[in-house]
Design a protein around this ligand. Structure first.
Ligand SMILES: Nc1nc2c(ncn2[C@@H]2O[C@H](COP(=O)(O)OP(=O)(O)O)[C@@H](O)[C@H]2O)c(=O)[nH]1
Ligand SMILES: [Mg+2]
Length: 222
């Protein structure tokens, strides 16, 4: 068995998640799907797959990830979406990069050389540019794509960060706290695919505002 566990947060992904699990079933990684027990459709859609299910006790994307990561017992974990937008063929290079450099986290980026996205909209593109710039100026983050949470990390490093954000604020909480702990953060080019099916859960305005508020909070609370 490999040293990597894929942590898959899922909400209403019965149309995409079976295809995602089918695509990664030949890989030698452990798989944890983190979802709420009320999400019966998604749970039923994956019952024939060999994966562990973590039932989150609260709701939200960050909550699913925090509880998923707490259940990991391999050296590395990877946050891997249930919608098909993360390409599993990129995992090999991410693991090599983190391992060869003894890094704490490797973040995939859609906005560096040889990278792109088929899932971005004008609103998310502009939003991401603004948040990435705030990250650079106010938090000295060298990350080129702050909101794209396709990352591989050392499990023990993530567990040290005391991550508590239960919604999409998690996307900025992790890199900002890791950078403050002077952890080693690397970036790797990535191509984001269109989601296989179903609808996006992020609300650009509502979640964008929450993330902005949280960045202001983190700036004043060190
Ligand atoms: N468990 C759980 N997963 C969620 C929640 N919101 C989003 N997700 C999952 O997080 C991933 C990213 O969500 P998505 O809507 O695709 O956002 P985007 O990729 O940023 O556009 C998908 O796998 C979703 O199913 C939530 O409230 N709870
Ligand atoms: Mg998505």
């Amino acid at each position: 068995m490999s040293e990597l566990t894929l942590v898959i947060p899922a909400r209403n992904e019965s149309e995409s998640l079976p295809d995602v699990l089918d695509e990664i079933k030949e890989l030698d990684h452990k798989i944890i799907v983190s979802l709420h027990k009320d999400d019966i459709l998604t749970i039923n859609s994956i019952k024939n797959f060999n994966c562990e299910i973590v039932y989150q006790t609260n709701h939200g994307y960050g909550d699913a990830l925090i509880q998923g990561i707490n259940s990991v017992n391999t050296k590395y974990f990877c946050i891997f979406n249930a919608d098909g937008s993360h390409d599993p063929s990129e995992l090999k290079n991410m693991i090599e990069l983190i391992n060869n450099n003894n890094a704490d986290f490797v973040f995939a980026s859609r906005y560096q050389k040889n990278s792109s996205s088929d899932d971005d909209t004008v609103v998310t593109l502009i939003g991401n540019f603004i948040f990435t710039t705030i990250g650079k100026i106010f938090f000295k983050l060298s990350k080129t794509d702050i909101l794209y949470t396709y990352l591989t990390g050392k499990t023990e490093s993530a567990k040290k960060l005391n991550l508590i954000q239960k919604d999409f604020r998690f996307c900025v909480e992790l890199p900002i706290k890791a950078n403050r702990e002077k952890m080693k953060l690397l970036s790797i080019g990535s191509y984001e695919r269109k989601r296989f099916a179903g609808i996006k859960k992020v609300n650009a305005l509502k979640d964008g505002f929450l993330i902005l508020k949280h960045m202001i909070y983190l700036f004043f609370n060190k």
